[in-house]
Design a protein around this ligand. Sequence first.
Ligand SMILES: CCCCC/C=C\C/C=C\C/C=C\C/C=C\CCCC(=O)SCCNC(=O)CCNC(=O)[C@H](O)C(C)(C)COP(=O)(O)OP(=O)(O)OC[C@H]1O[C@@H](n2cnc3c(N)ncnc32)[C@H](O)[C@@H]1OP(=O)(O)O
Ligand SMILES: Cc1cc2nc3c(=O)[nH]c(=O)nc-3n(C[C@H](O)[C@H](O)[C@H](O)COP(=O)(O)OP(=O)(O)OC[C@H]3O[C@@H](n4cnc5c(N)ncnc54)[C@H](O)[C@@H]3O)c2cc1C
Length: 621
Amino acid sequence: MLFKGGGLPHESLALQEKLFGAGPDYNFMTRIERFKNSLVRVQHFIRCCARYNLHDHADKKWFEGVAFPNEVSVLGPHSGMFIPTLKEQGSEEQIQKWVPQAEKHQIMGTYIQTELGHGTFVRGLETTATYDPKTEEFILNSPTLTSIKWWPGGLGRTCNFGIVMALLYIDGKNYGMHPFVVQLRSLKTHEPLPGLTMGDIGPKFGFDTVDNGYLQFNHFGIPRENMLMKYCQVLKNGTYTKQTRNPKFSYGAMIFVRSMVVYEVAGQGLAKACTIAIRYSAIRRQSELKKSRPEPQILDYQTQQYKLFPLLALAYAVWFTGVRMKEIYFMVNNEIKQGHTERLPELHAISSGLKAFTTSMASWGIERCRLACGGHGYSAASGLPKIYVNATGGCTYEGENTVMLLQCARFLMNIYGGVKNGRRPSGSVNYLGERISSRCTLTSEFTLKSLADAFKHRAARMIKEASERLNRLQASGNDPEDSWNLNSVVLTKAAEAHCHYYMVLVFESVVESVEDNCVKDILRQLCQLLALCGIQENSGDFIQDGFLNNDQLELVKQKQLSLLSEIRPNAVLLVDAFEFHDVQLGSILGRFDGNVYENLFKWAKKTPLNKPEDLIHRLLR
Ligand SMILES: CCCCC/C=C\C/C=C\C/C=C\C/C=C\CCCC(=O)SCCNC(=O)CCNC(=O)[C@H](O)C(C)(C)COP(=O)(O)OP(=O)(O)OC[C@H]1O[C@@H](n2cnc3c(N)ncnc32)[C@H](O)[C@@H]1OP(=O)(O)O
Ligand SMILES: Cc1cc2nc3c(=O)[nH]c(=O)nc-3n(C[C@H](O)[C@H](O)[C@H](O)COP(=O)(O)OP(=O)(O)OC[C@H]3O[C@@H](n4cnc5c(N)ncnc54)[C@H](O)[C@@H]3O)c2cc1C
């Protein structure tokens, strides 16, 4: 109940759908079979949306979690990027024209930005959209090999529409990157329209159920009305007008997805991996702790607890942070819609930073969960490989993580510079305006406040030092760009420290808000463990300026170890509380009924390699 709230009815409805619960085993399918199976599910999902009147994005998400367990479907780019971009960047007329068709899935779209030669450096993209006032069309063209669009999800085979990000040219003048609605395939035959060369980019690390695609434009004309014109307009005669708005508004779709990824990808992925590894560790017995006694559950080994409980604490932290990130996104986006854009830079910074910080931590954590399951963790039956390959994509898409940390750092440097000039920061960076105590208040009680204060101190110090180092590099003759590059490792670490503090603070605030004393106590233990592990793993950052001394570090270690035993009795309940259904976990090791061995044996017998097969038989005979 702590988590699911209003989502349960939709999830239960989805679980009643036979097609989602049963069907062929994903692990035994080829990539093409996986893709086809996902399309069958997409069609069924669309029928369910109509049958159950599912319009709200959040309601659909509950359904999708069951329909497409641990994978992304082509509906992701459609409902997560195509529709939001139409809504955010389109004029009222354009919204009326395309959004209802898209919401009824009469047209399927994706977000087409990245090219063969550039993903990160958006200003380096090369696709052109040249306005021709005679025909009142934009002519889309891919002038070079590197300008071929590459990666968009659903582009390869599925989508018949896309929002293409291209450089707008009028009368030879480049007006920069703008979004264009482009029909890609015939609505009758589904064939690509003439002037377009497109297809799937081939097998990937994960994302088997998504046809990430390529697209080359050969002087392809689209009507003038297809440029999304909420913020900028091109009139019939080629006059360009724009509202005096932030040019980064056209990057809005990226902010949206980054804000969602913290919960949807990092939070969910790590929570599922912890559920599997902790349930399995309660089932698995191995070796002996004491002679002539039954083999213990592996969860009783302190080293196993030391591997898994910090990840459990992290899963809770990322989950709560993801929920907070979504709230902030919708709050600031509403302000922006009303013309108040002051908090856009902060939203960009915190969504970039948290997207990077949490997907990196989750990716690392999921792999640790797999290792903690020993041999069976290496089997696809554990469900962990699938969770990993799909979640780790979040470290790259929607802004590569290092680059995102540097965007966050850029904001932190701006804010810190402002503070030095007497400006007062607010929101997630208000602590940069505080006088931060250089004395560590940690005692053996480890109150959440004192732990959060330790992270505050670390973040503030690292931001200050990154800023001072930047200034020193410039003072010694480097230009600003070289100074930035020579300081970029330090900058990413400062951004991580900021995000780490933010996450601890969110967790602390959740604990404080819980009324049930028993739940509060358990969550407090998890929050303490999260913070103490963070201190120990980054101990250099805390002792470098003498903030923490050796005695305190020893206390940290002792408390960490005692928390492992305190958390042990509740560990399985704490993962059960995420309330993932077996269908969503897709794991034999993580089954709710604990019936692991019998089902592993059944599963292995079903593997296609055990079926009679002529060629294999002939080769082996
Ligand atoms: C798709 C499904 C989504 C579903 C959504 C729902 C739930 C989510 C759940 C699951 C998701 C699941 C599946 C999704 C799967 C895949 C989707 C992947 C889709 C993609 O993968 S789609 C391509 C994304 N591709 C990128 O992500 C490119 C990254 N590259 C950039 O983003 C920029 O290129 C950057 C930032 C590196 C440099 O940009 P630049 O060179 O132009 O800027 P520069 O550094 O010069 O900064 C000038 C001033 O602009 C400010 N600034 C920058 N960006 C801003 C922004 N967004 N808003 C406000 N301000 C911004 C700066 O802070 C600075 O401000 P100041 O001057 O004040 O310091
Ligand atoms: C699964 C998946 C789905 C995707 N879906 C879509 C989609 O639907 N639509 C779409 O348009 N795109 C999509 N993409 C593309 C994705 O957005 C880009 O791959 C991503 O933004 C990273 O850009 P890049 O590939 O150019 O990486 P690169 O920028 O080439 O990164 C390579 C390395 O260079 C480093 N680097 C690059 N620039 C800097 C810098 N300024 N400072 C320091 N280091 C730097 C990076 O840190 C990284 O280590 C998808 C990608 C994946 C993997």
